[in-house]
Design a protein around this ligand. Structure first.
Ligand SMILES: Nc1ncnc2c1ncn2[C@@H]1O[C@H](COP(=O)(O)OP(=O)(O)OP(=O)(O)O)[C@@H](O)[C@H]1O
Ligand SMILES: [Mg+2]
Length: 544
């Protein structure tokens, strides 16, 4: 399709489309902005929820940025990049996903205005990068240092992260659980704390209400004891963790055994029975009184286990097995022959309890005192699911603060402060980079703007008042979205982790500059433009 010195150099497959230069940039920016617009109305405590219906008809109701973007299947590559930043934000810090996407969209909107004024993308990108560094520096400067084990502040940050969620009514209760759980698993390394959220096991069970969610110092399995003849409660539990079936394995190929007499039949069955009995003997011999098995347990084996007074659970999840091993200090055995006393885990109590309609197995007082689990309850499945997502944000936020003990009062205050610093900074830059830094300052103000809009307030009035108050040195003047007034956000106990706000700047800048750098989109076959009339998966209409 193109020729260099008479030699054709690039041949695209039939059906490929190509857009380049301004047109490509415009299309990409538009697609990314549509995504940002879609989540903008769900920002903040007065934000709206989204109801998402997947191709199987399953419904999710959420205001969580990452979940919304996860559920909508986007086709356009630039739109996909926006989904990626939400994921990156979630992975790094766990909160601020909506903010990151909204800020990225606004950075692109402002960039397009500059492109229309013939500012070269490279200049915008450089200006944005410098502005981002300055923004992060400003956040570091204004951040309030706290003691990483100060439960009051941790709780306030957790409550802020849940203010915008469906479960906000119960946020104080859930925040306490999140703080307790995170501090329980936090480990001091040098003079800092490290938190691995994988150490916290999350289980969900529909029934009762969110206020019945509990923190368990131990592990909970969503399983019942396999055989009615087994004990339901074992103290001083010595736990065998098995990743091998307590069954006679079926051969993988068809085999035929000719049985001619009833005696032969009996001998055959007896042989099987003996093998199972031997398995149970081995477990008993190692001194176990509890068996948690990742695979199946044959009826006959269940019977023998029950007779030996052993409590057994089958088909435990792999991830639960790993947590059990860590909590009880046991080793997961894949070959029963290897099982010895040394491999057994320990817990003070293993007990089956009735939770709502179902039974669950609780393992408490584990060898590793750090093991904790949270059992989430709620009146309906959708509520339990949203409670889990909200608790995820809260746990992440508490972890962020424990690991980097600095917080910012929220409600748009830090963004206004950053914009102010950037406007000062812009004057130190030359020429067109100055324009880019100014655009960045305007773009970051989308956060207070959207918070005001979602609260039904006039963003222009609010922003000008905020700017004026910040000029006067009121660093923490932000929007009280419930009263509709500008207030010192510290009085309202609205606090976000510094780590989250810094990551917002990083993720948003990264996405915006990445999209700006593209000036040529070459798409193979099938790929459709954002109009998507023929695109099978593209659901562009849903964003309107
Ligand atoms: N009571 C409040 N008054 C004003 N602003 C608040 C209040 N509570 C929280 N906020 C602000 O709301 C914003 C966070 O909103 P939200 O939780 O909806 O989005 P997110 O954290 O960016 O994304 P997500 O939680 O979906 O990952 C933050 O800027 C925070 O400071
Ligand atoms: Mg949030």
């Amino acid at each position: 399709m193109a020729a260099a010195g008479g030699i054709p150099v690039l041949i695209l497959k039939e059906g490929s489309t190509r857009s380049r230069g301004k047109e490509a940039q415009h299309n990409n920016i538009m697609a990314a902005r549509i995504i940002a617009e879609a989540v903008r109305t769900s920002l903040g405590p007065r934000g709206m929820d989204k109801m998402l219906v997947d191709s199987l008809g399953d419904i999710t109701i959420t205001s969580d940025g990452k979940t919304i973007l996860d559920e909508i299947e986007v086709e356009h590559p630039a739109a996909k990049m926006m989904v990626e930043i939400a994921k990156a934000q979630d992975k790094e810090v766990g909160d601020g996903t909506t903010t990151a996407v909204v800020v990225a969209g606004e950075l692109l909107t402002k960039a397009e205005e500059l492109l229309n004024k013939n500012v070269h993308p490279t200049v915008i990108i450089d200006g944005y990068r410098k502005a981002a560094d300055k923004a992060i520096e400003t956040l570091e400067k204004i951040a309030i240092p706290i003691d990483p084990t100060d439960k009051e502040f941790l709780k306030k940050a957790a409550m802020t992260s849940m203010a915008s969620k469906l479960v906000s009514e119960n946020r104080e209760y859930l925040a306490n659980i999140a703080v307790e759980a995170v501090l329980h698993v936090a480990q001091k390394v040098g003079d800092q704390y490290k938190v691995d959220l994988d150490d916290i096991l999350i289980q969900k069970k529909t029934g009762e209400s969110v206020a019945d969610t509990t923190l368990i110092k131990g592990i909970v399995l969503d399983k019942e004891v396999v055989h009615p003849g087994m004990p339901k409660r074992v103290e001083n539990a010595k736990i065998a963790l098995l990743n091998c079936p307590l069954e006679i394995e079926k051969t993988e190929f068809d085999a035929k055994i000719n049985i001619e007499t009833p005696e032969q039949m009996e001998a055959f069955l007896r042989e099987e029975e003996n093998m199972l009995r031997e398995m149970v003997e081995r477990i008993k011999g190692a001194g176990a009184n509890v068996v948690i098995c990742q695979k199946g347990i044959d009826d006959m084996a269940q019977h023998f286990l029950a007779r030996a007074g052993i409590l057994a659970v089958r088909r435990a999840k792999k991830s639960d097995m790993e947590k059990l091993a860590k909590a009880t200090g046991g080793r997961i055995i894949t070959n029963l022959e290897d099982l010895t006393e040394k491999d057994l885990g320990y817990a003070e109590l293993v007990e089956e309890r009735k939770i709502g309609e179902d039974k669950m197995v609780f393992i408490e007082g584990c060898k590793n005192p750090r093991a904790v689990a949270i059992l989430i309850r709620g009146g309906a499945e959708r509520i339990v699911d949203e409670a889990e997502r909200s608790l995820h944000d809260a746990l992440c936020v508490v972890r962020d603060v424990v690991q980097e003990p600095k917080i910012l009062a929220g409600g748009g205050a830090p963004e206004i402060e950053v914009a102010k610093a950037l406007r000062d900074y812009a004057s130190s830059l030359t020429g067109r980079e100055q324009l880019a830094a100014q655009s960045f300052a305007e773009a970051i103000e989308v956060v207070p703007t959207a918070l005001a809009e979602n609260a039904g307030l006039d963003p222009i009035d609010i922003i000008s008042e905020l700017r004026a108050r910040h000029e006067k040195g009121e660093t923490w003047a932000g929007i009280d979205v419930f009263e509709g007034k500008v207030k010192d956000m510290r009085e309202l106990n609205v606090y976000d982790p510094l780590a989250v706000k810094k990551q917002v700047i990083k993720s948003a800048t990264e996405a915006a500059t990445m999209i700006l750098k593209i000036d040529d989109v070459i798409a193979a076959g099938k790929m459709k433009t954002p109009k998507g009339e023929e695109g099978e998966k593209y659901k562009g209409g849903e964003f309107d």
